[in-house]
Design a protein around this ligand. Structure first.
Ligand code: ITT
Length: 197
């Protein structure tokens, strides 16, 4: 059994990542290790904030740590909200306000293409740093749909599908999503590490 700390305070990410990882990997949340501080995301890139979260926890606990940072990049908005995806609507931002602002900013826009990008960072017990990226392209719908998922899931329809993420079963989103792709790469890496001894 391998123990990994997942440096997130987002319960939805935790749920998705737990269901992706095989049973012989035990995922400890920040709550479970009693880490209560907020890790301030001060970097200007998704990669930078992903590394920052992993490193903050690794430096304290010196145990294997996984972290991830995710951004929604909208082409007509030059990649916005990007690194600011969580705080797009400013002070007191939440999923509803963020989606409302994005729909407003895209109101007269014909190009509604976008992508979700996840950068996962793994720091192994010996301090080695490994990153895994997952990208899924899609479009921003004109209205919110569906009941599932979290964040921007009600307005993101992945390319080649007729449903938004929030209308998909958890399992289906997980197989195709930005996070699913990044974590699947991470699992492949762990398996290779283990067979190399
Ligand atoms: P951490 O503790 O892991 O940092 P967080 O919620 O702050 O959790 P991020 O900084 O990565 O996470 O911000 C990601 C933002 O993107 C946040 O607003 C989420 O709601 C949204 N988001 C992330 N993954 C998503 C997904 O799979 N579907 C829809 N929205 C997502």
């Amino acid at each position: 059994m391998m123990e990994i700390i997942f440096a997130t305070s987002n319960a939805n990410k935790l749920r998705e990542v737990r269901s992706l990882l095989p049973d012989d990997i035990m995922v400890l949340s920040l709550k479970e290790i009693n880490f209560k501080d907020e890790i301030e995301e001060t970097k200007s890139t998704i990669e930078g904030n992903s590394l920052l979260k992993a490193k903050t926890i690794f430096d304290i606990y010196k145990k294997p740590v996984l972290a991830e940072d995710t951004g929604l990049e909208v082409f007509a908005l030059n990649g916005e909200p990007g690194v600011r995806t969580a705080r797009y609507s400013g002070d007191g931002a939440n999923a509803e306000k963020n989606m409302n602002l994005l729909l407003k900013n895209l109101k007269d826009e014909s190009d509604r293409s976008a992508q979700f990008k996840t950068v996962a960072t793994f720091i192994s017990a010996n301090g080695g740093i490994h990153t895994f990226e997952g990208i899924i392209r899609g479009v921003i719908t004109s209205d919110k749909m569906g009941e599932g998922g979290f964040g921007y899931d009600p307005i993101f329809k992945p390319a080649g599908f007729s449903k938004v993420f929030a209308d998909m079963a958890d399992q289906q989103k997980n197989i195709i999503s930005h996070r699913g792709i990044a974590i699947t790469k991470f699992i492949r890496f762990l398996k290779e590490e283990m067979t190399e001894g």
